[in-house]
Ligand binder design. Structure first.
Ligand SMILES: Nc1nc2c(c(=O)[nH]1)N[C@H]1C(S)=C(S)[C@@H](COP(=O)(O)OP(=O)(O)OC[C@H]3O[C@@H](n4cnc5c(=O)[nH]c(N)nc54)[C@H](O)[C@@H]3O)O[C@H]1N2
Ligand SMILES: Nc1nc2c(c(=O)[nH]1)N[C@H]1C(S)=C(S)[C@@H](COP(=O)(O)OP(=O)(O)OC[C@H]3O[C@@H](n4cnc5c(=O)[nH]c(N)nc54)[C@H](O)[C@@H]3O)O[C@H]1N2
Ligand code: SF4
Ligand SMILES: [Mo]
Length: 766
């Protein structure tokens, strides 16, 4: 527990969960947050530029914008407006602030409080043994970092973490620097996010990205929205789904929670959304048990095979299967062994519900499956997504209009960062091209991902941590272990826009390097610059900051990385760092030569709306070893909690942006004024002898016998499936054991933590 009081933690109030999302109240909420952060003038300027072709990309999520001609004047959602207001805030964290608050005190402040202090304004250093950060010049700060990097016994003792806020140009330069320095240690937030999607899609389709466009979604007959809460996390996806429905398509939502946005949507920018009843989104809602999706898709696949048996040649796309896939026989044999008893137990659904889904599938010529963290952050995330691919392949729902895979990405440029090479396991062909272009040999051994980075710091194998964007210590699991790991470092460095907990959990020395945000104007020696991003549907476009920077001392991420590289690597005729810093076109010239699909980058990205990267899958080209899409046989183990325990999922509230709470409310779920709540089914409460409104501690158990505890959560009776519970991240990250990861992808199992609920009076005295 943080022991300093929250400035405006109100009384917690709980009402019934809402059954519809957005509409007029959303606009009011967004404006209220914006005007609490900055002036009406600055608010108006940000809102006029967000998601416009000449403005900046919303840093909120990776949902795409419609084509330029089809864009609304207000092409943003409530949460997008809040994200941008949070960045464009007029509040400032100055050197004086750090004189008044020791690092220890900062660490006892809440995540909310830290973020509310405003934008970082100048580089700060925490010297060895010091209790307070103090100002430091840019040159000295970068010298200090360069000196620590050069002093390492091996480049692999350094870690370069990124979050998907980073635009393409700094992402490309960061991975170039890391590899020229000699390491592939490029852990990123994706390791904790869509890594399971990348693993499953790379293996089965030969590319780790989604295949559909916004037009596909609009034109699809049937869209599955699985393990996703779009009303909060991708709000404009609801406009797209509304369009799907308007054109006669259907939507099936699969989720343990009856999320408001999945049920009904009132479009905030259309009259019918403000005064009418809105659009019903889900034609069918499947309230699945956590982790039950693999069993669900296996059952659907079994039903398809059986329907084909009854009427051969009418159900499966035999031509597609024969021409473009491998592994069908082994897959089919495996699926035929599916046991309905197991399916019903794993999913908590009735056979009739699944048969009804099957009927909709049979009636649909084109099917899309969308998903997010509800699939990826489970132990069986990778096999589950592989099974989704099987489901689509059976009826040829890959590589044709209105059909395909749609992993809905989180951070606005998380997909682009990977395209740029920010990945600890980039294919050798990329490393070779990079090395050839810049005249060095890139290291070939795979680097460390996020979980392995924590282990390496914990064990003293990694000694310098550099975080570019993000909030590593709060985003990662097992908070106590991670905090100790970071404290073990010689130096921890964060390139950030706003204050967060990672600045207060320091190595022997620490640096805070403040940088420009998306909305800030970026002027370099070569004039005013823009950057580029890639959204969830592979659209690459420009983003141009329009506001006066938060402080005159800020450097762009490109400047920081370029200057650091020159200091660490010395003069390098083959990598023109100074030119890169002066003119980002020069970075894009090189991206065009190294990264697939970026030819004529500078020219094409200047067209309004930019361009779409080709996805070979859409031409039925599969870059797998066999050159074909791969059917897989996947086993599932029932996710079960021992008696007296529940399966806890850790998720986002409506008023937070990943590790950063904006307010204490979660309007759609009926929670206001507090975040330390745990949602539990009323029947489970009765069985456990607990009452709605009571305070409990959450205690997680792990296979090695260790326990982890998060104190003081208020119980809220909620319509979650029996045996499961939900609570907010990052407060609950302390409960996720570091070793509890998804098979293959190594993603923390943030959606399935086994916990028991204990009354505080039952705490064992220590
Ligand atoms: N406002 C806002 N927008 C955001 C973010 C934010 O923090 N705030 N974060 C961004 C990022 S980085 C990401 S990755 C995305 C995350 O977007 P989401 O994946 O929507 O985020 P979560 O809140 O983690 O919600 C997971 C959803 O999966 C469901 N779920 C949990 N377990 C299961 C399961 O076993 N099966 C099924 N079918 N469903 C399950 C939960 O009930 C919940 O609805 O959002 C992005 N957009
Ligand atoms: N238990 C649990 N843990 C989770 C998850 C979960 O569902 N449950 N979700 C996981 C997921 S999906 C993700 S993506 C991660 C998120 O992990 P991260 O991406 O590491 O965390 P964020 O909260 O997005 O980072 C916020 C910080 O980024 C910095 N920032 C913002 N904009 C910029 C910018 O433009 N430039 C720079 N340099 N800095 C900027 C600010 O300082 C801000 O404080 O968390 C993961 N952790
Ligand atoms: S849907 Fe995502 S990207 Fe679009 S405005 Fe909302 S938060 Fe921003
Ligand atoms: Mo994410």
């Amino acid at each position: 527990m943080r022991d300093l009081e929250e400035p405006d933690e109100a009384e917690l109030s709980v009402t019934a969960p809402r059954t519809w999302a957005t509409g007029a109240p959303a606009v009011v909420h967004a404006l209220r947050y914006a005007l609490g952060q900055t002036s009406p003038k600055r608010t108006a300027l940000t809102l006029l530029n967000i998601n416009q072709t000449k403005g900046f990309d919303c840093p909120g999520c990776a949902w795409p914008e419609p084509a330029p001609g089809k864009r609304h004047r207000n092409e943003y959602c409530e949460n997008g407006a809040k994200h941008i207001a949070d960045e464009a805030t007029s509040r400032r964290v100055t050197a004086d602030f750090f004189r008044r608050h020791s690092v220890d005190e900062l660490n006892r402040r809440s995540d909310y409080w830290l973020n509310q202090q405003g934008r970082l304004t100048e580089p700060m250093v925490l010297r060895e043994g010091a209790e307070y950060y103090e100002p430091i010049g840019w040159d000295e700060a970068l010298d200090l970092l360069a000196e620590e990097l050069r002093a390492l016994d091996h480049p692999d003792e350094a870690l370069f973490y990124t979050s998907g806020r980073l635009a393409n140009e700094p992402a490309f330069l960061l991975q170039l620097f890391a590899r020229a320095f000699g390491t592939n240690n490029l852990p990123d937030c994706s390791n904790m996010c869509h890594e399971s999607s990348g693993s499953a899609l790379n293996e089965t389709l030969g590319i780790g990205k989604g295949s559909v466009s916004l037009d596909d979604l609009h034109d699809s007959d049937l869209v599955f929205v699985v393990g996703q809460n779009p009303g909060t996390n991708h709000p404009r996806m609801l406009s797209a789904l509304e369009e799907t429905k308007r054109r006669g398509g259907q939507v099936i939502a699969v989720n343990p929670l009856p999320e408001a946005g999945l049920l009904r949507f009132k479009h905030p920018q259309k009259a019918r959304g403000i005064v009418g009843r809105g659009t019903e989104i889900a034609d069918q809602f499947l309230q699945i048990r956590p982790g039950g999706d693999l069993a669900l898709f296996q059952a659907l696949n079994l039903l398809l095979l059986e329907a084909e048996d009854r009427e051969p040649g009418t159900v499966l796309d035999r031509e597609f299967i024969e021409a473009h896939t491998t592994g069908y026989e082994a897959f089919a044999e495996h699926i035929r062994k599916t046991s309905w008893d197991e399916v019903l137990e794993a999913t908590g659904l009735s056979r009739d519900e699944i048969e009804r889904v099957h009927a909709r599938v049979l009636a649909s010529r084109s099917v899309i499956v969308c998903w997010a963290m509800g699939l990826t952050q489970h132990k069986h995330g990778v096999p589950t997504i592989r099974e989704v691919v099987n489901f689509l392949l059976l009826r040829g729902n890959i590589g044709r209009p209105g059909a395909g895979v749609c992993p809905v990405r989180g951070h606005s440029n998380v997909q682009g960062d990977r395209t740029m090479g920010v990945w600890e396991r980039m294919p050798q062909a990329f490393l070779d091209r990079l090395g050839d272009e810049f005249g060095f040999t890139a290291p070939t051994a795979h680097g460390l991902d996020s979980v392995d980075s924590i282990r390496a710091m914990r064990d003293g194998r990694a000694k310098v941590f550099v975080g570019v964007a993000g909030n590593f210590v709060r985003a990662t699991p097992d908070s106590d272990v991670t905090e100790r790991a970071l404290r073990n470092c010689r130096l921890t460095v964060h390139i950030s826009t706003k204050l967060n907990r990672s600045h207060a959990v320091c190595g022997r020395r620490a640096l805070i390097l403040p940088t420009l945000g998306r909305s800030d104007r970026d002027v370099q020696a070569g004039g005013e610059q823009f950057m580029t991003v890639e959204d969830s549907m592979s659209e690459v476009h420009a983003t141009r900051g329009r506001l006066a920077p938060a402080s005159e001392h800020l450097l762009s991420e490109v400047s920081i990385i370029s200057r650091l590289a020159r200091k660490v690597l010395g003069p390098q005729p083959t990598i023109p760092w100074a030119e890169f810093e002066a003119d980002y076109d020069r970075v894009r010239d090189r991206i065009a030569r190294v990264v697939d699909g970026f030819q004529d980058f500078n020219e094409r990205v200047r067209r309004p709306g930019g361009f779409r990267l080709p996805n070979p899958v859409n031409s039925k080209v599969f870059r797998t070893p066999s050159g074909k899409a791969v059917f897989t046989a996947n086993d599932f183990t029932l996710l079960q909690a021992p008696k007296g325990h529940l399966i806890l999922q850790t998720l986002r509230s409506h008023d937070q942006w990943n590790t950063v709470p904006y307010a204490m409310d979660d309007r759609y779920r009926g929670i206001e004024g507090g975040r330390r709540v745990v949602l539990v089914n009323r029947a489970d409460l009765d069985e456990l002898g607990l009452e709605d409104g009571e305070m409990v501690d959450l205690v997680s158990i792990w296979t090695d016998g260790t326990e982890r505890r998060a104190d003081d959560f208020r119980l809220v009776a909620y319509p979650t499936p029996r045996g499961s519970a939900a609570a907010y991240y990052p407060e609950t990250n302390v409960l996720v054991p570091l070793d509890s990861v998804a098979d293959i992808s190594n993603t923390p199992t943030s959606k399935s933590v086994i916990v028991r609920l204990e009354r505080p009076t039952d705490r064992t005295p220590t």
